[in-house]
Design a protein around this ligand. Structure first.
Ligand code: AMP
Ligand code: MG
Length: 351
């Protein structure tokens, strides 16, 4: 299959309606279109068409029990796909939609089980991106979209990343340039009594707490106990992984830098190509290996934005082993560490 890559402006005022219409037609006819959102690029299909959802699993090589997120563009479309909208969900939607927050509801009948991985709940999000919102409308209102990477690979934050994984597998990629946030949405389950965060993201526990009061973190997300199973089916899979082995180093900054210098020197001594993930503040302190800055430690949003691209760059440079600094475990840092620990297969050492 030939993959058409269409450049498309993110500016609402000059949105190319012809390109959106062509992409929407593919979705309406049961095909796949990759498109930009504010979190990562999504691989979209008509969420209410079981055969279209099946194509997503096939293109990604995604396990069929890992449910998809349904994307909507208008609040009034929510009621058609969920059986009940709890009070807290209304408050969260008013505050955070459109935006990087996915909510899990009890599903309505018309959502096929192929979209929800066999579950009686459905994940829903309204993305904050003009191209995504226009495509959802052109595609019929409900687009199921996981990240547009081959299962297990880092999520795409540029159209080039999507092409690396999906070229020849899907008919169209809408190229809206670099995404803003860079890591996937926060997932909160609002189908039970007390909302529970199943995946950390840009919208933090503290931010939700301010809006609805009580909200909990799935115990399966505890960084120090990988043996407790996470509640979101997708979180149990090895994920976000670069090809090289990734090891995180934790501790006081100076000690971390010393440790990474020792480890990279050792790796090079044994004939390996080593990569180092540092920050704008620390990169000058590393003397061995291929050193890259992931962003500014003083502004962790920049770290989130570059995380997946840096893992893909190291893949292309075919390094054997990557040593990375670790990040804070509060605010956006919690989401960064959640993704990094998964990418590292939980390999973390104390400096
Ligand atoms: P992705 O779209 O690749 O970011 O993956 C979607 C994530 O949402 C996966 O981790 C899924 O397990 C999770 N998810 C989607 N639907 C549900 C649901 N109904 N219940 C729990 N988790 C869900
Ligand atoms: Mg994904």
């Amino acid at each position: 299959m030939k993959t058409v890559i269409e450049k498309i402006s993110n500016d609402q005022k000059i949105l190319n309606q012809n390109k959106i219409a062509a992409a929407g037609k593919i979705i309406q006819e049961g095909g796949l279109v990759a498109f930009p959102t504010e979190t990562v690029y999504g691989l979209g299909a008509d969420a209410l068409n079981p055969e279209a959802s099946r194509k997503i699993y096939e293109a990604k090589g995604r396990p069929s029990d890992n449910p998809l997120i349904v994307h909507i563009s208008r609040m009034e479309d929510l009621t058609a796909i969920v059986s009940h909208v709890p009070r807290q969900a209304v408050k969260l939607a008013q505050r955070f939609w459109p935006g990087p927050l996915t909510m899990i509801f009890k599903k309505a009948k018309q959502v096929p089980l192929q979209t929800t991985g066999g579950l009686d709940t459905v994940a829903v999000r309204m993305p904050d991106h003009p191209v995504a919102l226009a495509l959802i409308q052109a595609g019929g209102g409900y687009i199921a979209a996981p990240s547009a990477n081959v299962s297990g690979r880092p999520s795409p934050t540029l159209a080039e990343h999507v092409a690396q994984d999906m070229e020849g597998r899907i008919p169209m990629i809408l190229d809206g340039g670099a995404v803003g946030i860079g890591i996937e949405s926060t997932i909160v389950d609002v189908s039970g009594d007390i909302p529970m965060i199943l995946r950390p993201g840009f919208i933090t526990l503290e931010m939700m707490w301010e809006v609805i009061g009580e909200v909990r973190l799935d115990p399966g997300l505890a960084e120090d106990d990988p043996s407790v199973r996470p509640k979101a089916p997708g979180m149990k899979y090895k994920h976000y992984a670069p090809k090289a082995e990734l090891i995180l180093i934790h501790g006081a900054q100076e000690k971390v830098q010393q440790k990474i210098n020792d480890l990279t020197q050792e790796a090079e001594g044994s004939g390996k190509t080593a990569g180092v993930i540092g920050t704008d503040e620390s990169c000058g302190c590393y003397c061995h290996g291929i050193v890259k800055s992931i962003g500014a430690r003083s502004d962790e949003a920049t770290v989130a934005r570059h995380l997946y691209a840096i893992l893909r760059e190291f893949d292309q440079q075919e390094v054997d082993i990557i040593y990375s600094e670790s990040f804070s475990s509060s605010g956006i840092g919690q989401a960064i560490m959640n993704r990094m620990l998964k990418a590292a297969g939980h390999q973390i050492i104390e400096a």
